[in-house]
Design a protein around this ligand. Structure first.
Ligand code: CO
Ligand code: CO
Ligand code: CO
Length: 321
């Protein structure tokens, strides 16, 4: 981020570049703020419809992670027009559009270019009350942490590329990535959310570290409580994982202490680079179990309490079994 020119101060910019948050938030009036985010990437699954749906769910997620409601969407498309069948592009766009509709947002336009590889994503604009923004920096000592989707997505998508997954397993990981964080965010809205972010490229521990640094608090993670995709451990043990997962592990290592019972495979798994992961929420301890039950009842099947926020070791994480 150091390549960016210095920010121009603006009192209405509620969330900007300095805290590595999920989206920018800009106040329009005393009770209305814009939430703006953009994300796109190259295909991570073979099915073009599912790729479109996953890219959309991933882009929309950053609005949910700020406590916002997505309103309008612009498509961002790169496609090798002369090399690939245009029906593939039509499927990608259909997958994206279906997710936008599910989110209750409106597709208002976009831009496409001829490109060497397919790329797809969205710029999403949402709204939020300026006093109800969920930043990634508001966690307080005593809070408990909840996660709403399983981790291991990077490991399993690498498994797909290496031909290690059955069609049913491929479908399962596609469904996890394509699931909107809409329901989780709507349920959590009824609780005192102190901090929120979504789990993506930096992995669970990377995003937890941002949360710890942002609030000057420490974090305890209970590894056995962290929901994970079936086969993630097995594949990780064989070294089936993306380069980003190992980089996350290296990057996080000086700020994470692992109990002796947490083996190398589990350490990699907790650092796995995720696409379109779940929400990570910090709520007061006395609300955590009620929120978990409400999430489960609403169909957020993986919702789990995975740790807590502590006063000691600010900016650092302790992982226990
Ligand atoms: Co995010
Ligand atoms: Co993003
Ligand atoms: Co947030």
């Amino acid at each position: 981020m150091s390549y960016l020119p210095p920010a121009v101060p603006d009192a209405n910019l509620l969330v900007g570049l300095d805290t590595s948050d999920d989206a920018g938030v800009y106040r329009l009036t005393d009770d209305l703020a814009l939430v703006q985010t953009v994300d796109y990437f190259t295909p991570i699954v073979d099915d073009p419809y599912m790729f479109g749906a996953i890219a959309a769910a991933n882009a929309l997620s950053d609005v949910y992670a700020m406590g916002g409601k997505p309103i309008t969407v612009l498509n961002i498309v790169g496609f090798p027009i002369s090399k690939l069948d245009k029906r593939i592009l039509a499927e990608i766009l259909r997958g994206g559009a279906d997710k936008v509709r599910e989110a209750g947002a409106v597709l208002v336009g976009g831009h496409s270019i001829d490109d060497t590889d397919p790329k797809f994503g969205m710029a999403v604009t949402g709204i939020v009350h300026p006093q109800q923004v969920w930043t990634n920096a508001g966690a307080r000592a005593g809070d408990r942490l909840l996660l709403t989707k399983p981790i291991g997505v990077g490991i399993l998508t690498t498994g797909i590329k290496r031909g290690r997954l059955s069609p049913a397993e491929i479908q399962q990981v596609e469904q996890v990535m394509a699931a909107l964080n809409k329901t989780a965010a709507e349920v959590a809205r009824g609780y005192d959310v102190h901090a929120c972010t979504d789990i993506t490229g930096f992995g669970l521990l990377g995003h937890l570290l941002e949360m710890a640094r942002g609030a000057g608090v420490g974090i305890h993670v209970q590894s056995s409580s962290v929901p994970r995709l079936e086969r993630a451990r097995e594949l990780a043990a064989e070294g089936v994982m993306p380069g980003g997962t190992k980089r996350n592990f290296e990057w996080a290592s000086e700020c994470v202490t692992y109990a002796d019972s947490i083996d190398q495979t589990e350490q990699y798994l907790l650092c796995d680079a995720v696409t379109s992961g779940g929400l990570l929420l910090a709520v007061p301890a006395e609300q955590a179990e009620s929120l978990q039950s409400a999430l489960l009842a609403a169909g957020v099947e993986a919702a789990a309490i995975i740790g807590s926020v502590v006063q000691e070791h600010p900016g650092k994480i302790q992982v226990n079994e």
